[in-house]
Design a protein around this ligand. Structure first.
Ligand code: FES
Length: 282
């Protein structure tokens, strides 16, 4: 009976130590390359250990026994006094045991916390403002992927070409579609119309759905189509989506013509290109 009670008393400590061991093992597995299934199993053991430890500890504190105590006569007979002394002396045992319990519970909590914080390193470095900017800057020439600068006169009606900022042809986020349409058919707000000289309009090539390159231009309907999920964008109306899962227009790059007739950017995109992200704003 006593042995079983002792075993019951040890249960929370054993559970907390087991949780600590599982959490430490989780850290080790993660740091040495990781194994999703093993990590999941260790996390389950750690959480179960803490849960069992807390449950059995609280069960022990509250107890299940119903005891009805007869009101004893008030007095200070020898026997009650002796019993009181025995009880008082016995109370030192739970105190040290409580330390063990608190220590093991703290170790389990701390090691589990470490195991949960460590995977945050997998997120990699913060992108900072990189998602909000591209290499486009005012005055930067529009060049083809092989670095050739483009003159406005080189692009005929219905032509489309992918362009990059001069000196940054590897910057995927800056990929831009340059299209010439009938200038009088463009339906853009005046400030955006100023960035589309003679019907030359430039939109980001990165689909606002999940970021595929928008590659297909239907000249007859003036539509850009993304091959991934068929999102369709109206070139004449600011590349607003007209079909498919994309809900945002392709950002428009404001462009102009320099003194030598070359096409240049008038600045960066006024909004982030590509799919939405959690702090993109509206
Ligand atoms: S990525 Fe373009 S439609 Fe899905």
């Amino acid at each position: 009976m006593k042995a079983s009670r002792r075993g019951h008393e040890r249960l929370p400590v054993v559970a907390f130590l087991l949780a600590s061991a599982a959490s430490i093992a989780l850290v080790v597995v993660f740091a040495t390359g990781g194994d999703a299934q093993l990590e999941g199993a260790l996390l389950a053991v750690a959480l179960a250990g803490i849960g069992i430890g807390l449950a059995s500890w609280s069960h022990e504190l509250t107890g299940n026994d119903v005891e009805i105590e007869a009101r004893p006569p008030v007095g200070s007979a020898a026997q009650p006094r002796e019993e009181f002394v025995v009880t008082l002396e016995g109370s030192s045992r739970p105190l040290s045991r409580r330390r063990v319990l608190i220590g093991s519970a703290s170790a389990a909590g701390a090691s589990l916390l470490a195991a949960l914080v460590l995977p945050a390193r997998s997120l990699g470095p913060s992108p900072g403002r990189a998602l909000f900017r591209t290499p486009w800057k005012a005055g930067r020439r529009l060049v083809t992927p092989d670095g050739t600068a483009l003159r406005a006169a080189e692009l005929g009606l219905g032509n489309i070409v992918t362009v990059f900022p001069e000196g940054a042809v590897d910057a995927d986020e800056a990929a831009t579609l340059l299209i010439r349409v009938e200038a009088d058919r463009l339906e853009l707000p005046p400030d955006r119309l100023a960035g589309a000289p003679d019907g030359l309009v430039a939109y980001s090539k990165i689909c606002t759905h999940v970021g595929c390159p928008v590659g297909l231009y239907r000249e007859t309907t003036h539509e850009l189509v993304c091959p991934c999920h068929q999102s369709t964008f109206d070139v004449l109306r600011g590349a607003q989506p007209t079909f498919g899962p994309a809900t945002r227009a392709l950002p428009q790059l404001p462009i102009g013509v320099d003194a030598e007739g070359y096409l240049i950017a008038l600045g960066d995109y006024p909004e982030p290109v590509g799919p939405g992200f959690w702090n993109r704003g509206t």
